[in-house]
Design a protein. Structure first.
Length: 242
């Protein structure tokens, strides 16, 4: 049976106790059938990944003791996703896959044609945590509080932001990304697309570049994941060093 890999918020240092998060004790004892003394791997987004042992396991409570550093902390590329919220299953899937793809920040943005009026941040954070545990990331993406599209653009720090062109009239992403390196962002609109007023507001921003996502019309969740994969391949940590 594989060694469980868990995210914790406690500091990690040799011999220092690290309490489990809610639910992890139940998972270890009832699902994984682990017991005190068994090995786990821990990460907290700050101090790398550690081999640890279960020092205490009682019902839903567990305490770990880190024993040895397995991997030092290494920063991933600063890739960000801004997207109009979509329905629950699709939104869950986007967050899971964006985490696997190494995105650093996910910013929900409300637009005129959004079909979803609220975002369950706690649920999305849980999905991101589980995805990070599975894909062996050393950190979690930030799931930011939702903002109106215009507020999100006002708060943007000026890093290059690509917006998908649903009709393929813009240059391809490989052309737009030439010479660019993170930080980079991708903006994905709602299923019904941006309004003309929203498109005008987006295009007026000097940091925004339209980019084609191929000759076919993509669903929002497909555009988000495909776009992030291209960013990683051309400018992120998938890119082969020159």
């Amino acid at each position: 049976m594989s060694t469980p890999r868990l995210y914790v918020t406690a500091d990690l240092a040799e011999g220092a106790e690290a309490p489990a998060l809610p639910g992890q004790g139940h998972y270890l004892g009832q699902v994984m059938r682990k017991k005190e003394g068994d090995a786990v791997h821990l990460f907290n987004g700050r101090e790398g990944e550690w081999r640890a042992r279960i020092a205490a396991l009682r019902k839903d409570r567990a305490v770990f003791v880190p024993e040895a550093l397995l991997r030092p902390q290494a920063p991933g590329p600063d890739l960000r996703l801004l997207l109009a919220p979509v329905k629950r299953d699709a939104m869950d899937w986007i967050v899971e896959k964006a985490t696997e793809l190494g995105v650093r920040r996910i910013q929900p943005v409300f637009t005129a044609r959004c079909v979803v009026g609220r975002v369950n941040l706690e649920r999305l954070e849980s999905i991101a945590r589980e995805a990070a545990e599975q894909c062996e990331r050393l950190d979690l993406p930030e799931i930011a509080a939702p903002l109106d599209l215009h507020a999100a653009l006002d708060a943007w720090d000026g890093a290059p932001l690509l917006v998908g062109d649903a009709r393929g009239k813009a240059p391809s992403m490989n052309v737009v990304l030439t010479g660019k390196r993170p930080p980079l962002g991708l903006l994905v609109g709602p299923e019904g697309g941006f309004t003309e007023a929203e498109l005008d507001a987006v295009r007026r921003r000097p940091f925004v570049s339209p980019a084609a996502l191929g000759p076919r019309i993509l669903r929002a969740e497909t555009a988000a994941v495909a776009g992030l994969a291209v960013l990683q391949a051309l400018a992120g940590d998938w890119a082969v060093p020159s």
